[in-house]
Design a protein. Structure first.
Length: 174
């Protein structure tokens, strides 16, 4: 769907609730995914990434997250063992996905780099929006994320170049 200017407000409200669950820890709560990029269309699900020093910080709060309305989804841990995943509400259309990872991990760094690059480069954000729209109409749902990977990898490569001070021209995205 088109960008909804209420997404940042909805994230901020949820961030406060999650901060209460993680009170007393060094957790950092970030808005990631397409809803975190102004002007970028997305499915209306707010992606939240919580960075913690260790996954034990999350595991001891599973019951508190469930009490806050989240469903803990262990099934994906075989595929992504360094992430703890929650979604809200437990049933019906989801409005929040929470990805808990170790601060500074590859997952953490890549998600923030991708978000920040799109926030800073409107041309890349527009190209990503076009790609997502095309893929949503052209590929099966189960292949959608995989089909976005080459684009995401190019953005991450360019973001790394810029971080190292070796800025290159933004690659043509087809």
């Amino acid at each position: 769907m088109p960008y909804d200017p209420n997404w940042p407000r909805r994230f901020d409200e949820e961030r406060r609730a999650l901060a209460a669950v993680f009170a007393g820890s060094d957790a950092v709560v970030e808005h990631v995914g397409s809803t975190a990029v102004p002007g970028l269309g997305a499915k209306p699900v707010i992606d939240v990434m919580i960075g913690v020093p260790t996954l034990a910080e999350v595991e001891c709060r599973i019951l508190a997250l469930e009490a806050a309305g989240y469903e803990y989804v262990q099934a994906y841990e075989q595929e992504l063992p360094d992430r703890r995943y929650f979604r809200k509400p437990r049933a019906g259309p989801r409005t929040f996905h929470v990805h808990c990872v170790v601060t500074g991990s590859d997952f953490w760094v890549k998600h923030l780099a991708f978000r920040d690059y799109l926030r800073d480069h409107a041309d890349a954000a527009a190209a990503y929006a076009d790609l997502k729209h095309d893929l949503a109409h052209r590929v099966p749902k189960e292949r959608y994320t995989e089909a976005k990977s080459p684009f995401i990898d190019r953005i991450l490569t360019e973001a790394a170049r810029r971080a190292e001070g070796r800025s290159a021209t933004f690659p043509e995205i087809v």
